[in-house]
Ligand binder design. Sequence first.
Ligand code: GRG
Length: 289
Amino acid sequence: MKDLIKLVDEHLDKYLPVIYPEDIFKAMKYTLSLPGKRLRPIFCLETTRMLGGDMMKAMPTACAIEMLHVQSLIHDDLPCMDNDDFRRGKPSNHKVFGEANAVLAGDALLTYAPQTIMEKSTELSSEQLLKIIYEYTKFAGAYGLIAGQVVDIESEGGKYVKSPEETLDFIHLNKTAVLFRLAVRCGAIIANAPDDVINEVDNFAKKFGLVFQIYDDIMDEISTFEEMGKTIGKDKNSGKLTYVSLYGLEEAKQKFNSMLEDCYDIISKYDSSIIKEILESLKHRISGV
Ligand code: GRG
């Protein structure tokens, strides 16, 4: 896992040189190079490998998905959104580069990601590239990340069009699970997997996304700044709809455990010690709560 993180970090650095105008490239690189867990690129690379493909062919797409993820973190931290001064243990992008540059750095990452896929994926076919770019645009936009964020913002202050349970699932399927889905779907496309396998790994990623969000919600209640690298307790203080606020800590933990078992069931037929290691680390952390 550590070796894979290092490989991703090296490629992220290589794919994004700082050129003129330096201010924007420095702002893009700042949050991108802070120590994140790199779960989404690892899911992409590992899916390609476990389905019999060449992991290195997935590297540009894996790094592009991390760029998209970092874009969403930079914009999420802005004062007009979640207004968080810290990310990955350091001051948020807008605290270092100012709001205008943070907005632009996010926009630049959002657009540089597909550019990276097109420029660096020299060994993928045109058909694979078309499929990947389609998945990217669908999941990044109003059919994915943006939809999740809009409903998340709307739901603060208790404004629901649907029931709280449906709203919570909608937010987290779109805000969180969508990038794990993008990662495994692209990894499977790069391995030339058939549609039924793409759908199976997609189903795994949907469940993993929800498990991961419940984990994140629980951590927001019980963890520390040092562990999470961001302000803790913000969800509760801002009256956010979360698994813990809706179901309480105990039921949130039960949901976490039951969905985690579903993840193990799906992934057990594939040979991936890395994905199992990720599941184990979440399980271990929550079991101590
Ligand atoms: C795509 C144009 C466009 C806008 C994005 C701001 C926004 C709309 C969406 C916010 C999405 C968001 C921040 C979801 C939170 C998901 C989550 C649990 C993030 C934390 O992931 P980790 O723990 O973070 O993997 P690291 O830092 O380890 O990568």
